[in-house]
Design a protein around this ligand. Sequence first.
Ligand code: GLP
Length: 237
Amino acid sequence: MKFITVDTYAELSRKAANIIAAQIISKPYCLLGLATGSTPIGTYDNLTKMYEEGDLDFSTVTSVNLDEYIGLDGSNDQSYRWFMNHHLFDRVNIDKAKTFVPGGTVADLAAEGAAYDARIKELGGIDLQLLGIGLDGHIGFNEPDTFFTGETHVVDLHPSTIEANARFFNDISEVPTKAITMGMAAIMQAKKVLLVANGPKKKEIVEKAFFGPITPEVPASILQLHPDLTIIFSEQE
Ligand code: GLP
């Protein structure tokens, strides 16, 4: 595990973008695992800038996102599909047909999960997985539980997650209570994992996850078993 502490969010975002750019440059036909949440926004801004300046080409990149809210389709501006289009896909030359986000409005969510995992396998597995971390230690939407789940599955969001994500909605009652998320198998099988955590409010959970016991009660702690894990933590928000 490589634990990098930086002072500012700007530095976190630059460093994370440089690692992702290095991945794309060294393997142009790569599969990137991408994340939502407020933390990766600066990383996506830096990647966009590299593209605009002609230093990065996304035309051969394929991506798979971690998760999606149940009940929101891509035209809803709170959906994670919309988030990805807005913060990255519409700003660079990635082929949208090669960007995948689990479907939150499909009738058969179990089949959707199985198909998502099969697709990742078919694509040869994830080369680099970007992750944020929730205040309760969730990655993707893998919430604290008594066991780790391997496959892409539907979860009930924890009250603390609903509360934390309510800031993006008009009212807490609008926050979906369920999500579909990639499970631990695809994340742990990624060749490299890069986790970004921003500011003092994430300090305690980062310490628990990476310097405490490995337990499904702190889902991110499973990453301690990953052979190529980089964490970038910024002291200031
Ligand atoms: C959501 C996402 C996670 C993300 C988390 C933290 O719950 N599903 O993937 O890591 O938010 O978000 P933030 O970076 O805004 O703290």
